[in-house]
Design a protein around this ligand. Structure first.
Ligand SMILES: *[C@@H]1O[C@H](CO)[C@@H](O)[C@H](O)[C@H]1NC(C)=O
Ligand SMILES: *[C@@H]1O[C@H](CO)[C@@H](O)[C@H](O)[C@H]1NC(C)=O
Ligand SMILES: *[C@@H]1O[C@H](CO)[C@@H](O)[C@H](O)[C@H]1NC(C)=O
Ligand SMILES: *[C@@H]1O[C@H](CO)[C@@H](O)[C@H](O)[C@H]1NC(C)=O
Ligand SMILES: *[C@@H]1O[C@H](CO)[C@@H](O)[C@H](O)[C@H]1NC(C)=O
Ligand SMILES: *[C@@H]1O[C@H](CO)[C@@H](O)[C@H](O)[C@H]1NC(C)=O
Length: 419
Protein backbone atom coordinates (compact mmCIF):
# COMPACT_ATOMS: atom_id res chain seq x y z
CA UNK A 1 0.00 0.00 0.00
CA UNK A 2 2.85 2.51 0.49
CA UNK A 3 3.00 3.36 -3.22
CA UNK A 4 -0.70 4.07 -3.47
CA UNK A 5 -0.58 6.13 -0.32
CA UNK A 6 2.34 8.11 -1.65
CA UNK A 7 0.56 8.80 -4.94
CA UNK A 8 -2.57 9.88 -3.18
CA UNK A 9 -0.50 12.11 -0.94
CA UNK A 10 0.94 13.85 -3.99
CA UNK A 11 -2.54 14.18 -5.47
CA UNK A 12 -3.66 15.84 -2.27
CA UNK A 13 -0.64 18.10 -2.37
CA UNK A 14 -1.45 19.18 -5.92
CA UNK A 15 -5.05 19.99 -5.02
CA UNK A 16 -3.90 21.86 -1.97
CA UNK A 17 -1.51 23.98 -3.96
CA UNK A 18 -4.15 24.74 -6.56
CA UNK A 19 -6.53 26.23 -4.05
CA UNK A 20 -5.83 29.50 -2.35
CA UNK A 21 -6.75 28.81 1.24
CA UNK A 22 -7.79 31.17 3.97
CA UNK A 23 -9.69 30.86 7.21
CA UNK A 24 -13.25 32.06 7.18
CA UNK A 25 -13.97 35.00 9.46
CA UNK A 26 -14.08 33.97 13.11
CA UNK A 27 -17.41 33.01 14.60
CA UNK A 28 -17.78 34.09 18.23
CA UNK A 29 -21.00 32.22 18.99
CA UNK A 30 -21.20 31.17 22.64
CA UNK A 31 -18.23 33.26 23.80
CA UNK A 32 -18.41 36.42 25.86
CA UNK A 33 -15.63 39.05 25.71
CA UNK A 34 -14.47 37.39 22.48
CA UNK A 35 -11.18 38.00 20.75
CA UNK A 36 -9.58 36.54 17.63
CA UNK A 37 -5.95 35.46 17.81
CA UNK A 38 -3.33 33.32 16.08
CA UNK A 39 -1.43 30.45 17.69
CA UNK A 40 2.27 30.93 18.48
CA UNK A 41 3.36 29.39 15.16
CA UNK A 42 0.41 30.93 13.25
CA UNK A 43 -0.76 27.55 11.99
CA UNK A 44 -4.02 27.95 13.90
CA UNK A 45 -6.60 30.73 13.93
CA UNK A 46 -8.35 30.98 17.26
CA UNK A 47 -11.22 32.62 19.09
CA UNK A 48 -11.01 33.20 22.83
CA UNK A 49 -13.59 34.19 25.40
CA UNK A 50 -15.59 33.10 28.42
CA UNK A 51 -18.21 30.35 28.39
CA UNK A 52 -20.66 29.88 31.28
CA UNK A 53 -20.71 26.23 32.33
CA UNK A 54 -23.19 24.75 34.78
CA UNK A 55 -21.67 21.85 36.67
CA UNK A 56 -22.84 19.63 39.52
CA UNK A 57 -21.01 16.89 41.38
CA UNK A 58 -20.71 14.94 44.61
CA UNK A 59 -17.77 16.67 46.20
CA UNK A 60 -16.03 15.76 49.45
CA UNK A 61 -16.71 17.89 52.50
CA UNK A 62 -13.32 18.64 54.06
CA UNK A 63 -13.39 19.41 57.79
CA UNK A 64 -10.96 22.24 57.29
CA UNK A 65 -11.25 25.90 56.43
CA UNK A 66 -7.76 26.52 55.11
CA UNK A 67 -4.46 27.39 56.80
CA UNK A 68 -4.37 30.69 58.68
CA UNK A 69 -0.74 31.37 57.82
CA UNK A 70 2.23 29.87 56.00
CA UNK A 71 3.46 28.00 59.08
CA UNK A 72 0.15 26.21 59.34
CA UNK A 73 0.15 25.59 55.58
CA UNK A 74 3.63 24.05 55.73
CA UNK A 75 2.64 21.92 58.69
CA UNK A 76 -0.34 20.58 56.75
CA UNK A 77 1.98 19.55 53.92
CA UNK A 78 4.40 17.92 56.34
CA UNK A 79 1.56 15.94 57.90
CA UNK A 80 0.34 15.03 54.41
CA UNK A 81 3.77 13.69 53.41
CA UNK A 82 4.84 12.07 56.66
CA UNK A 83 5.12 8.31 57.17
CA UNK A 84 1.77 6.63 57.73
CA UNK A 85 -0.08 9.90 57.35
CA UNK A 86 -3.79 9.76 58.11
CA UNK A 87 -4.46 13.46 57.67
CA UNK A 88 -6.57 13.07 54.54
CA UNK A 89 -8.84 10.52 56.24
CA UNK A 90 -8.93 12.63 59.41
CA UNK A 91 -10.14 15.72 57.56
CA UNK A 92 -12.52 13.97 55.16
CA UNK A 93 -16.22 14.38 55.88
CA UNK A 94 -19.19 13.11 53.91
CA UNK A 95 -19.91 13.47 50.21
CA UNK A 96 -21.74 16.73 49.54
CA UNK A 97 -23.55 17.85 46.40
CA UNK A 98 -22.02 20.98 44.90
CA UNK A 99 -23.24 22.89 41.87
CA UNK A 100 -22.78 26.23 40.19
CA UNK A 101 -22.39 28.10 36.94
CA UNK A 102 -18.75 28.93 36.32
CA UNK A 103 -17.15 31.22 33.77
CA UNK A 104 -14.58 29.15 31.92
CA UNK A 105 -11.99 30.97 29.78
CA UNK A 106 -11.65 29.10 26.52
CA UNK A 107 -9.74 29.11 23.24
CA UNK A 108 -11.04 27.35 20.14
CA UNK A 109 -8.53 27.00 17.30
CA UNK A 110 -8.91 25.93 13.68
CA UNK A 111 -6.16 25.06 11.20
CA UNK A 112 -5.38 28.36 9.45
CA UNK A 113 -5.11 26.63 6.10
CA UNK A 114 -8.43 24.81 6.18
CA UNK A 115 -11.31 26.11 4.14
CA UNK A 116 -13.83 24.10 6.10
CA UNK A 117 -13.75 23.47 9.85
CA UNK A 118 -12.47 20.01 10.78
CA UNK A 119 -14.88 17.36 12.05
CA UNK A 120 -12.60 16.47 14.98
CA UNK A 121 -11.72 18.66 17.93
CA UNK A 122 -9.13 17.85 20.57
CA UNK A 123 -10.08 19.17 24.00
CA UNK A 124 -6.92 20.12 25.88
CA UNK A 125 -6.90 20.12 29.71
CA UNK A 126 -3.80 21.56 31.37
CA UNK A 127 -2.04 20.35 34.51
CA UNK A 128 -1.52 21.83 37.96
CA UNK A 129 0.31 25.19 38.26
CA UNK A 130 -0.23 25.66 34.50
CA UNK A 131 -2.97 27.33 32.50
CA UNK A 132 -4.44 27.05 29.00
CA UNK A 133 -1.29 28.58 27.47
CA UNK A 134 0.62 25.34 28.24
CA UNK A 135 -0.68 24.05 24.91
CA UNK A 136 0.63 27.02 22.89
CA UNK A 137 3.84 28.19 24.57
CA UNK A 138 5.99 29.16 21.55
CA UNK A 139 6.26 28.14 17.87
CA UNK A 140 8.45 25.10 18.65
CA UNK A 141 6.47 24.27 21.77
CA UNK A 142 2.87 24.47 20.61
CA UNK A 143 0.58 21.48 20.62
CA UNK A 144 -2.09 23.77 19.16
CA UNK A 145 0.14 24.36 16.11
CA UNK A 146 1.13 20.69 15.84
CA UNK A 147 -2.53 19.66 15.89
CA UNK A 148 -3.47 22.37 13.38
CA UNK A 149 -0.75 21.21 10.99
CA UNK A 150 -2.31 17.79 11.14
CA UNK A 151 -5.73 19.25 10.35
CA UNK A 152 -7.26 19.13 13.81
CA UNK A 153 -9.12 21.80 15.76
CA UNK A 154 -8.28 22.28 19.44
CA UNK A 155 -10.23 23.61 22.39
CA UNK A 156 -8.13 24.63 25.39
CA UNK A 157 -9.40 26.24 28.58
CA UNK A 158 -8.42 27.40 32.03
CA UNK A 159 -9.57 24.79 34.53
CA UNK A 160 -11.91 25.92 37.29
CA UNK A 161 -9.79 27.72 39.89
CA UNK A 162 -7.10 28.70 37.41
CA UNK A 163 -6.07 31.70 35.33
CA UNK A 164 -8.98 33.70 33.98
CA UNK A 165 -11.69 31.18 34.92
CA UNK A 166 -13.81 31.48 38.08
CA UNK A 167 -11.74 30.81 41.21
CA UNK A 168 -14.24 29.68 43.84
CA UNK A 169 -13.73 28.02 47.25
CA UNK A 170 -10.46 26.06 46.80
CA UNK A 171 -11.32 23.50 49.47
CA UNK A 172 -15.00 22.56 49.09
CA UNK A 173 -15.65 23.46 45.43
CA UNK A 174 -12.50 23.07 43.30
CA UNK A 175 -12.19 19.30 43.43
CA UNK A 176 -11.73 16.49 40.93
CA UNK A 177 -15.42 15.52 40.85
CA UNK A 178 -16.67 18.91 39.68
CA UNK A 179 -13.73 19.34 37.28
CA UNK A 180 -14.72 16.04 35.63
CA UNK A 181 -18.28 17.32 35.25
CA UNK A 182 -17.05 20.56 33.65
CA UNK A 183 -14.91 18.65 31.14
CA UNK A 184 -17.84 16.36 30.35
CA UNK A 185 -20.08 19.39 29.76
CA UNK A 186 -17.48 21.05 27.51
CA UNK A 187 -17.18 17.88 25.42
CA UNK A 188 -20.96 17.77 24.99
CA UNK A 189 -21.05 21.46 24.10
CA UNK A 190 -18.47 20.98 21.33
CA UNK A 191 -20.56 18.18 19.84
CA UNK A 192 -23.72 20.27 19.87
CA UNK A 193 -22.06 23.30 18.30
CA UNK A 194 -22.38 25.61 21.28
CA UNK A 195 -19.03 27.33 20.61
CA UNK A 196 -17.90 28.99 17.41
CA UNK A 197 -21.10 28.08 15.56
CA UNK A 198 -19.60 24.73 14.59
CA UNK A 199 -20.68 21.24 15.56
CA UNK A 200 -17.88 18.65 15.88
CA UNK A 201 -18.50 14.97 15.11
CA UNK A 202 -15.57 13.67 17.09
CA UNK A 203 -13.96 14.80 20.33
CA UNK A 204 -10.53 13.57 21.43
CA UNK A 205 -9.64 14.11 25.11
CA UNK A 206 -6.08 15.36 25.58
CA UNK A 207 -4.84 16.01 29.10
CA UNK A 208 -1.63 16.71 30.93
CA UNK A 209 -1.03 15.68 34.54
CA UNK A 210 -4.14 16.65 36.54
CA UNK A 211 -5.70 17.27 33.13
CA UNK A 212 -4.86 13.68 32.15
CA UNK A 213 -6.45 12.44 35.36
CA UNK A 214 -9.58 14.50 34.61
CA UNK A 215 -9.76 13.18 31.04
CA UNK A 216 -9.47 9.66 32.44
CA UNK A 217 -12.21 10.52 34.93
CA UNK A 218 -14.48 11.47 32.03
CA UNK A 219 -13.74 8.20 30.17
CA UNK A 220 -14.67 6.30 33.32
CA UNK A 221 -18.03 8.00 33.89
CA UNK A 222 -18.91 8.90 30.29
CA UNK A 223 -17.09 6.44 28.00
CA UNK A 224 -18.89 7.84 24.93
CA UNK A 225 -17.61 11.40 25.38
CA UNK A 226 -14.22 10.89 23.68
CA UNK A 227 -13.36 8.95 20.53
CA UNK A 228 -9.80 8.67 21.84
CA UNK A 229 -7.65 9.98 24.68
CA UNK A 230 -4.07 11.23 24.77
CA UNK A 231 -2.70 11.48 28.29
CA UNK A 232 0.68 12.94 29.24
CA UNK A 233 2.41 13.14 32.60
CA UNK A 234 0.35 10.20 33.76
CA UNK A 235 1.11 6.99 35.68
CA UNK A 236 -0.19 4.66 38.33
CA UNK A 237 2.29 5.91 40.93
CA UNK A 238 0.59 9.19 41.65
CA UNK A 239 1.75 8.86 45.26
CA UNK A 240 5.07 10.24 43.99
CA UNK A 241 3.15 13.36 43.06
CA UNK A 242 2.99 14.26 46.74
CA UNK A 243 6.78 14.61 46.80
CA UNK A 244 6.63 16.61 43.59
CA UNK A 245 4.02 18.94 45.02
CA UNK A 246 6.14 19.50 48.14
CA UNK A 247 9.06 20.36 45.86
CA UNK A 248 7.16 23.37 44.54
CA UNK A 249 7.69 25.24 47.82
CA UNK A 250 4.01 26.07 48.22
CA UNK A 251 2.89 29.20 50.05
CA UNK A 252 -0.50 30.79 50.57
CA UNK A 253 -1.11 32.42 47.20
CA UNK A 254 -2.68 35.64 48.45
CA UNK A 255 0.58 36.35 50.30
CA UNK A 256 2.69 35.77 47.17
CA UNK A 257 5.15 38.68 46.86
CA UNK A 258 4.26 39.04 43.16
CA UNK A 259 0.77 40.20 44.13
CA UNK A 260 -0.65 38.10 41.29
CA UNK A 261 -3.07 36.22 43.56
CA UNK A 262 -4.40 38.93 45.83
CA UNK A 263 -7.90 38.18 47.02
CA UNK A 264 -7.82 34.41 46.53
CA UNK A 265 -8.96 32.32 49.49
CA UNK A 266 -6.43 30.42 51.62
CA UNK A 267 -6.28 27.02 49.97
CA UNK A 268 -4.81 28.37 46.74
CA UNK A 269 -1.03 27.83 46.96
CA UNK A 270 1.46 29.57 44.68
CA UNK A 271 4.92 28.20 43.92
CA UNK A 272 8.01 29.40 45.73
CA UNK A 273 10.09 32.00 43.92
CA UNK A 274 13.30 29.93 43.69
CA UNK A 275 14.43 28.21 40.51
CA UNK A 276 14.22 24.92 42.39
CA UNK A 277 10.52 25.34 43.13
CA UNK A 278 9.80 25.54 39.41
CA UNK A 279 12.40 23.06 38.14
CA UNK A 280 12.22 20.27 40.70
CA UNK A 281 9.02 18.51 39.73
CA UNK A 282 8.61 19.77 36.20
CA UNK A 283 11.88 20.13 34.25
CA UNK A 284 14.86 17.99 33.22
CA UNK A 285 17.97 20.18 33.01
CA UNK A 286 19.46 21.19 30.59
CA UNK A 287 16.89 20.02 28.06
CA UNK A 288 14.82 23.17 27.82
CA UNK A 289 15.11 26.76 26.61
CA UNK A 290 15.82 29.11 29.53
CA UNK A 291 13.56 31.78 28.03
CA UNK A 292 10.68 29.33 28.08
CA UNK A 293 11.49 28.25 31.63
CA UNK A 294 11.50 31.88 32.77
CA UNK A 295 8.30 32.83 30.99
CA UNK A 296 6.54 29.73 32.38
CA UNK A 297 7.82 30.63 35.84
CA UNK A 298 6.44 34.14 35.50
CA UNK A 299 2.92 32.94 34.69
CA UNK A 300 2.81 29.88 36.97
CA UNK A 301 -0.57 29.19 38.54
CA UNK A 302 -1.63 27.72 41.87
CA UNK A 303 -1.83 24.30 43.41
CA UNK A 304 -5.34 23.99 44.79
CA UNK A 305 -6.07 22.22 48.07
CA UNK A 306 -9.32 20.56 46.99
CA UNK A 307 -7.68 19.15 43.85
CA UNK A 308 -4.59 17.78 45.62
CA UNK A 309 -6.69 16.04 48.23
CA UNK A 310 -9.13 14.44 45.81
CA UNK A 311 -6.56 13.30 43.21
CA UNK A 312 -6.94 9.66 44.25
CA UNK A 313 -10.60 9.71 43.20
CA UNK A 314 -9.69 9.82 39.51
CA UNK A 315 -6.65 7.55 39.33
CA UNK A 316 -8.94 4.56 38.91
CA UNK A 317 -9.48 2.36 35.84
CA UNK A 318 -11.94 3.15 33.06
CA UNK A 319 -12.89 -0.40 31.99
CA UNK A 320 -15.82 0.72 29.84
CA UNK A 321 -13.70 2.89 27.56
CA UNK A 322 -12.97 0.96 24.36
CA UNK A 323 -11.39 3.67 22.19
CA UNK A 324 -7.68 4.08 21.52
CA UNK A 325 -5.45 5.50 24.24
CA UNK A 326 -2.05 7.15 23.91
CA UNK A 327 0.04 7.69 27.05
CA UNK A 328 3.07 9.95 26.71
CA UNK A 329 5.50 10.71 29.53
CA UNK A 330 8.77 12.57 29.75
CA UNK A 331 11.23 9.78 30.45
CA UNK A 332 12.61 11.81 33.36
CA UNK A 333 9.24 12.80 34.79
CA UNK A 334 9.79 13.38 38.49
CA UNK A 335 6.16 13.93 39.41
CA UNK A 336 4.82 10.61 38.25
CA UNK A 337 7.91 8.38 37.94
CA UNK A 338 10.32 9.79 40.54
CA UNK A 339 12.63 10.80 37.70
CA UNK A 340 12.80 7.56 35.70
CA UNK A 341 9.75 6.31 33.80
CA UNK A 342 11.55 3.11 32.75
CA UNK A 343 11.91 1.95 36.36
CA UNK A 344 10.89 -0.57 37.55
CA UNK A 345 8.83 -1.00 34.37
CA UNK A 346 7.72 1.32 31.58
CA UNK A 347 5.33 3.46 33.62
CA UNK A 348 3.36 4.62 30.58
CA UNK A 349 2.74 1.01 29.50
CA UNK A 350 1.74 0.07 33.03
CA UNK A 351 -0.69 3.00 33.16
CA UNK A 352 -2.23 1.93 29.84
CA UNK A 353 -2.82 -1.68 30.92
CA UNK A 354 -3.98 -0.71 34.42
CA UNK A 355 -6.32 2.15 33.62
CA UNK A 356 -7.59 1.02 30.22
CA UNK A 357 -8.05 -2.77 30.15
CA UNK A 358 -10.43 -2.48 27.17
CA UNK A 359 -8.50 0.09 25.10
CA UNK A 360 -8.69 -0.65 21.40
CA UNK A 361 -6.01 -1.67 18.96
CA UNK A 362 -3.87 1.25 17.98
CA UNK A 363 -3.31 2.28 21.57
CA UNK A 364 0.28 3.24 22.21
CA UNK A 365 2.71 4.64 24.76
CA UNK A 366 5.83 6.77 24.47
CA UNK A 367 8.58 7.97 26.80
CA UNK A 368 10.10 11.22 25.52
CA UNK A 369 13.89 11.11 26.03
CA UNK A 370 15.60 13.85 28.06
CA UNK A 371 12.30 15.34 29.13
CA UNK A 372 10.71 16.08 32.50
CA UNK A 373 7.09 16.32 33.55
CA UNK A 374 6.11 19.48 31.64
CA UNK A 375 6.80 17.97 28.23
CA UNK A 376 5.59 20.89 26.11
CA UNK A 377 8.15 23.22 27.69
CA UNK A 378 11.14 20.98 26.79
CA UNK A 379 13.17 20.58 23.60
CA UNK A 380 11.56 17.12 23.50
CA UNK A 381 8.15 18.68 22.78
CA UNK A 382 8.47 18.29 19.01
CA UNK A 383 9.39 14.62 19.39
CA UNK A 384 6.36 14.11 21.62
CA UNK A 385 4.08 15.91 19.14
CA UNK A 386 5.56 13.89 16.26
CA UNK A 387 4.71 10.70 18.14
CA UNK A 388 1.17 11.88 18.84
CA UNK A 389 0.70 12.89 15.19
CA UNK A 390 1.17 9.26 14.25
CA UNK A 391 -1.72 8.30 16.51
CA UNK A 392 -4.28 7.39 13.90
CA UNK A 393 -7.51 8.52 15.59
CA UNK A 394 -6.40 12.13 15.36
CA UNK A 395 -5.52 12.28 11.71
CA UNK A 396 -6.89 9.28 9.87
CA UNK A 397 -9.74 11.28 8.37
CA UNK A 398 -7.38 13.84 7.02
CA UNK A 399 -6.46 12.30 3.72
CA UNK A 400 -10.03 11.13 3.12
CA UNK A 401 -11.15 14.72 3.31
CA UNK A 402 -8.39 15.78 0.93
CA UNK A 403 -7.25 18.38 3.40
CA UNK A 404 -4.25 20.58 2.95
CA UNK A 405 -1.07 18.84 3.97
CA UNK A 406 1.32 21.49 2.66
CA UNK A 407 2.09 22.78 6.13
CA UNK A 408 2.63 19.34 7.53
CA UNK A 409 6.04 19.37 9.17
CA UNK A 410 6.46 15.67 9.81
CA UNK A 411 6.53 14.32 6.27
CA UNK A 412 8.12 11.01 7.23
CA UNK A 413 5.74 10.39 10.08
CA UNK A 414 2.75 11.04 7.89
CA UNK A 415 3.85 8.60 5.20
CA UNK A 416 4.68 6.00 7.84
CA UNK A 417 1.26 6.08 9.34
CA UNK A 418 -0.44 5.82 5.94
CA UNK A 419 1.46 2.69 4.94
C1 LIG B 1 -9.67 41.03 24.15
O1 LIG B 1 -8.88 41.97 23.43
C2 LIG B 1 -8.93 43.25 23.99
C3 LIG B 1 -8.29 44.19 23.01
O2 LIG B 1 -7.09 43.65 22.54
C4 LIG B 1 -8.25 43.22 25.34
O3 LIG B 1 -8.26 44.49 25.93
C5 LIG B 1 -8.98 42.25 26.23
O4 LIG B 1 -8.27 42.10 27.45
C6 LIG B 1 -9.10 40.90 25.58
N1 LIG B 1 -10.01 40.15 26.38
C7 LIG B 1 -9.77 38.90 26.69
C8 LIG B 1 -10.78 38.25 27.57
O5 LIG B 1 -8.81 38.27 26.29
C1 LIG C 1 2.70 2.18 58.66
O1 LIG C 1 2.35 1.74 57.36
C2 LIG C 1 2.93 0.50 57.04
C3 LIG C 1 2.65 0.22 55.57
O2 LIG C 1 1.52 0.87 55.14
C4 LIG C 1 2.37 -0.56 57.97
O3 LIG C 1 2.95 -1.81 57.63
C5 LIG C 1 2.69 -0.20 59.40
O4 LIG C 1 2.07 -1.12 60.29
C6 LIG C 1 2.21 1.19 59.73
N1 LIG C 1 2.69 1.57 61.02
C7 LIG C 1 1.92 2.11 61.93
C8 LIG C 1 2.59 2.49 63.22
O5 LIG C 1 0.72 2.30 61.76
C1 LIG D 1 -27.47 23.18 43.86
O1 LIG D 1 -26.98 23.46 45.16
C2 LIG D 1 -27.93 24.09 45.98
C3 LIG D 1 -27.26 24.39 47.31
O2 LIG D 1 -26.12 25.13 47.09
C4 LIG D 1 -29.13 23.21 46.20
O3 LIG D 1 -30.11 23.90 46.94
C5 LIG D 1 -29.71 22.81 44.84
O4 LIG D 1 -30.71 21.88 45.02
C6 LIG D 1 -28.64 22.23 43.97
N1 LIG D 1 -29.18 21.99 42.65
C7 LIG D 1 -29.00 20.84 42.02
C8 LIG D 1 -29.63 20.73 40.68
O5 LIG D 1 -28.36 19.93 42.48
C1 LIG E 1 12.74 25.88 16.39
O1 LIG E 1 13.15 24.65 15.84
C2 LIG E 1 13.91 24.77 14.67
C3 LIG E 1 14.13 23.39 14.09
O2 LIG E 1 14.60 22.51 15.07
C4 LIG E 1 15.21 25.51 15.00
O3 LIG E 1 15.96 25.69 13.84
C5 LIG E 1 14.86 26.87 15.61
O4 LIG E 1 16.04 27.51 16.03
C6 LIG E 1 13.94 26.72 16.77
N1 LIG E 1 13.50 28.02 17.22
C7 LIG E 1 13.59 28.41 18.48
C8 LIG E 1 13.09 29.77 18.79
O5 LIG E 1 14.04 27.68 19.33
C1 LIG F 1 -21.89 31.52 13.55
O1 LIG F 1 -22.38 30.22 13.32
C2 LIG F 1 -23.79 30.09 13.52
C3 LIG F 1 -24.15 28.63 13.38
O2 LIG F 1 -23.62 28.11 12.18
C4 LIG F 1 -24.52 30.97 12.52
O3 LIG F 1 -25.91 30.90 12.75
C5 LIG F 1 -24.06 32.41 12.71
O4 LIG F 1 -24.63 33.21 11.71
C6 LIG F 1 -22.54 32.50 12.59
N1 LIG F 1 -22.12 33.86 12.90
C7 LIG F 1 -21.24 34.51 12.16
C8 LIG F 1 -20.90 35.89 12.61
O5 LIG F 1 -20.74 34.04 11.17
C1 LIG G 1 -5.66 -6.09 16.92
O1 LIG G 1 -4.67 -6.12 15.93
C2 LIG G 1 -4.12 -7.40 15.69
C3 LIG G 1 -2.95 -7.26 14.72
O2 LIG G 1 -3.16 -6.20 13.82
C4 LIG G 1 -5.21 -8.31 15.18
O3 LIG G 1 -4.70 -9.59 14.95
C5 LIG G 1 -6.31 -8.37 16.20
O4 LIG G 1 -7.40 -9.15 15.71
C6 LIG G 1 -6.83 -7.00 16.55
N1 LIG G 1 -7.76 -7.07 17.65
C7 LIG G 1 -8.92 -6.45 17.65
C8 LIG G 1 -9.78 -6.63 18.87
O5 LIG G 1 -9.29 -5.74 16.73
Amino acid sequence: MPTRSLLSWFATLAVAQAISRSITSPNFTGLSEPNATLSAGKHATCVTGFVPIYAAASNTNFLFSGPANNFEATDIFIRYTQANSTIVEDLTGSLTPVNGTFNIFSKLCYPSKSTTPPTTVQILTHGGTLDYTYWDIAPNNSYVDAAAMEGSATFSYDRLGTGLSTRPDPIQVVQMAIQVDILHTLAQALRTGRFGGHRFDKVVGVGHSIGAALSQGVTRLYPEDFEAVILSGHSTSFADAIVGAIGTGMQIANMDPSGRFTGLANGYFSLGSSISAHQFAFYKYPHFDLNIFNSQRAISQCNIFGELWTLAQVYVPAPAFTGPVDIVNGQNDFFYCRGDCTYPVNEAALALSTFYPAASNGSQVFLVPNTGHNINAHFGASEAFNHILKFRPCNERREERGEDVVGFAKFEGFILQLS
